[in-house]
Design a protein around this ligand. Structure first.
Ligand code: PLP
Length: 451
């Protein structure tokens, strides 16, 4: 089929998540047909550098035959069996064991689901079950952050701090509260980074005191907020959050859906920030996106409480799908055997961050570059010196995204920020390619806005 034929068929029958359907009908979809390493090819034969690792997930890159072979073998052997009937299959057992090896020492028990949203939705129930078991059933309120993203189910949307999503459907669930996101550039107001780190973390204490610690069950956060525009907090933020959670007897949940499996140059975001959550969410990089799978990790303490609660009345037909588990297991083995995370930390991250810093010096449209590891947000400003933002209607980030794709680079537009998250296997020459294409796209965006 030609690109036009694919586009017409897509427009006729396919409803896309998080897309402007008017634009889809007018401009047509980009049809992606193949991937290899850090690159994709579209239906017109254009080679594109994937600066977003799919949707923050293809950590080991595209085209790994060892992953597809494992999937095919498992399909032949046992394509499906459930985990409800007191049954397990070898990949389900082996993956849980492997996860206990790579996650922090205190996390040793794992529950499977199929997506980050499902996992977080389950965690919300498990938090409430935990406090029921502890004889404190009134500790039901869960605190998240503005611009936090935890998924698309009703509960995960309620927990998230995304205004636009809450317009869809409305009347989200009660017993979710939100605090300020630790966005130094936007909210620093003359404070030093360290002062701001404490100020932002102390918002949690204020919120707990406002609600009453006896009513708060958990604080939920991404180590680095991803979909909200890549917001990495000052170094003292997370340790202070941990202190507050301990002080008020509140569970700490790290949503590691983006930060997990090497994104920051450490296995998990909690390793990077030196904290110990009670519960963690994993998805995306768990299987490098080759199969849908997510996992919840529980500390021994949380597991004990759930374990003795009788029937754990929550789960999914595909909880621990054998093919997904086999692929995730192999994906983790690849990360280990090829020392990919060590290489990210020692080689890719310094080159990537140094290059982004130079970009920021050379482009007046850049307000700041933030993030950690191979996760970055490039904030676009109309006048960076005076901190004047683009108007929403100017669509600056969308325009930059569309220009970038013409240069053969995928970056994502989030509000007025370009977000990037390349595959962990990006090579030194591909980092150079990324920086050159981003440079060209930013130059053209500046010209578009007459900057
Ligand atoms: N949590 C975080 C931090 C995410 O970034 C996402 C997705 O981007 C989710 C949860 C939801 O995951 P899924 O789209 O697999 O439901």
């Amino acid at each position: 089929k030609t690109t036009e034929e694919w586009q017409a068929l897509d427009a006729a029958h396919h409803v896309h998540p998080f897309c402007d359907h008017k634009s889809l009908k007018e401009n047509g979809v980009k049809v992606i047909v193949k991937g290899e390493g850090s690159h994709l090819w579209d239906s017109d034969g254009n080679k594109i550098l994937d600066g977003m690792a799919g949707l923050w997930c293809v950590n080991v890159g595209y085209g790994r035959k060892d992953l597809t072979e494992v999937a095919a073998r498992q399909m032949d052997e046992l394509p499906y069996y459930n985990t409800f009937f007191q049954c397990s299959s070898p990949p389900q057992i082996e993956l849980a064991n492997k996860l206990s090896e790579v996650t922090p020492e205190h996390i040793n028990h794992f529950f499977y689901a199929n997506s980050g949203s499902e996992a977080n939705d389950s965690i919300i129930k498990f938090i409430r079950l935990y406090w029921d078991q502890k004889g404190k059933p009134e500790k039901r309120t869960i605190i998240g952050r503005n611009l936090g993203y935890h998924g698309s189910t009703i509960a995960a949307t309620s927990l998230s701090g995304m205004g636009a999503m809450k317009k869809l459907g409305g009347n989200y669930l009660p017993e979710f509260e939100h605090i300020l996101e630790p966005h130094y550039y936007m909210h620093g107001n003359g404070m030093t980074e360290e002062e701001f780190g404490l100020y932002a973390a102390n918002q949690l204490e204020e919120k707990i005191l406002e609600i009453g610690a006896d009513k708060v069950g958990a604080f939920f956060g991404e180590p680095v907020q991803g979909a909200g525009g890549v917001i990495d907090p000052p170094a003292n933020y997370w340790p202070r959050i941990q202190e507050i959670c301990t002080k008020y007897n509140i569970l700490l949940v790290c949503d590691e859906v983006i930060c997990g499996f090497g994104r920051l140059g450490t296995w998990f975001g909690q390793n990077f920030y030196g904290i110990k959550p009670d519960i963690m969410t994993m998805a995306k990089g768990l299987s490098s996106g080759y199969m849908p799978i997510s996992a919840i990790g529980f500390s021994d303490d949380v597991y004990e409480a759930l374990h003795y609660s009788g029937v754990l009345a929550n789960g999914y037909t595909y909880s621990g799908h054998p093919v997904s588990c086999a692929v995730a297991l192999k994906n983790i083995q690849i990360l280990q055997d090829e020392k990919i995370i060590d290489r990210v930390a020692s080689e890719a991250v310094p080159a990537f961050r140094e290059g982004l810093k130079s970009l920021s010096k050379n482009h007046s449209i850049i307000g700041e570059v933030r993030g950690q590891g191979l996760l970055a947000g490039i904030q676009l400003m109309k006048n960076a010196a005076d901190k004047v933002q683009f108007e929403v209607e100017e669509q600056a980030a969308n325009i930059c995204r569309d220009i970038a794709i013409k240069h053969g680079l995928i970056m994502r537009a989030v509000d007025r920020t370009m977000v990037v998250c390349p595959p962990l296997v990006i090579t030194p020459s591909e980092i150079t390619e990324f920086l050159e294409k981003a440079d060209a796209a930013l130059t053209e965006t500046e010209a578009y806005f007459g900057l």
